[in-house]
Design a protein around this ligand. Structure first.
Ligand code: ATP
Ligand code: MG
Length: 214
């Protein structure tokens, strides 16, 4: 009855390490310096797999991993089916915002009842947000470098993650609306939680303790 933990490279991996340590789990090798995808830990029955951030909920949903750490953004886009979400880990904090070119009159565009062309990786979040505002949108799905879309005239606005705002600034874009605050969540496969309760519970409890929620 081994345990597989799905993480993504970069900030989620880095910020999850101390939580794993609180559960007595240390990863044997530095994944940032390796091309491997599966990493053993000091616990013979626990391994870590590294996947794309947006694939973490998918691996956990289908049992490719028993638990994982996923940004709320990825989780909303995924839908959360089959996932138990016991903890807001309060790591990888940022926000989802609307941004436009500095010379674009967003207020006027939104008020006129016309259509707004949005480029984003976060189509579910964007659709829901503009539907609530009563603004009609044409959605262009992108997978990265959203900032480019308004600069090339492909879109009026983007919906993207923002933390310091320096990427927007570097590309002459301005944040015009904040849609939601984002942090990463612990996600657990619902079937695994029942079948591997004994092994998973202490890990979940250790994570809770490490973030001061025990
Ligand atoms: P990929 O690069 O594989 O397309 P990604 O860009 O979503 O995926 P990361 O940049 O590692 O991957 O982001 C992982 C998660 O961290 C995001 O889903 C989000 O929740 C959060 N995040 C992204 N950018 C920031 C940021 N600048 N500051 C804080 N948290 C962030
Ligand atoms: Mg990224």
């Amino acid at each position: 009855m081994s345990i597989t933990i799905a993480l993504s490279k970069g900030r989620i991996y880095e910020e999850t390490l101390p939580l794993l340590a609180a559960a007595g789990i240390t990863v044997a090798e530095d994944p940032e310096k390796s091309r491997k995808l599966i990493f053993p830990t000091n616990q013979p029955d626990v391994r870590v797999v590294l996947v794309r951030a947006s694939d973490v909920p998918v691996y956990v949903q289908y049992g490719g991993a028993d638990l994982g750490v996923s940004g709320l953004d990825s989780l909303i886009e995924h839908g959360g089916q089959g996932l138990y979400q016991p903890l807001d880990l309060q790591i990888a904090q940022c926000r989802v915002s609307v941004a436009v070119r500095a010379d674009f009159d967003y207020e006027a565009a939104v008020q006129q009842g016309g259509r707004l062309k949005i480029a984003t990786k976060y189509t579910t979040i964007a659709r829901e947000f503009f539907a609530q505002k009563g603004v009609h949108v044409d959605m262009v799905k992108l997978y990265g470098s959203m900032e480019l879309a308004p600069l090339t005239g492909m879109a009026d606005a983007i919906v993207d993650l923002v933390s310091t705002g320096s990427t927007l600034k570097a590309n002459n874009l301005v944040e015009v609306e904040r849609i939601m605050d984002i942090s990463s969540r612990l996600v657990v496969n619902q079937a695994a939680l029942k079948l591997k309760q004994q092994r998973l519970r202490p890990i979940i409890d250790a994570f809770a303790g490490a973030i001061g929620k025990d």
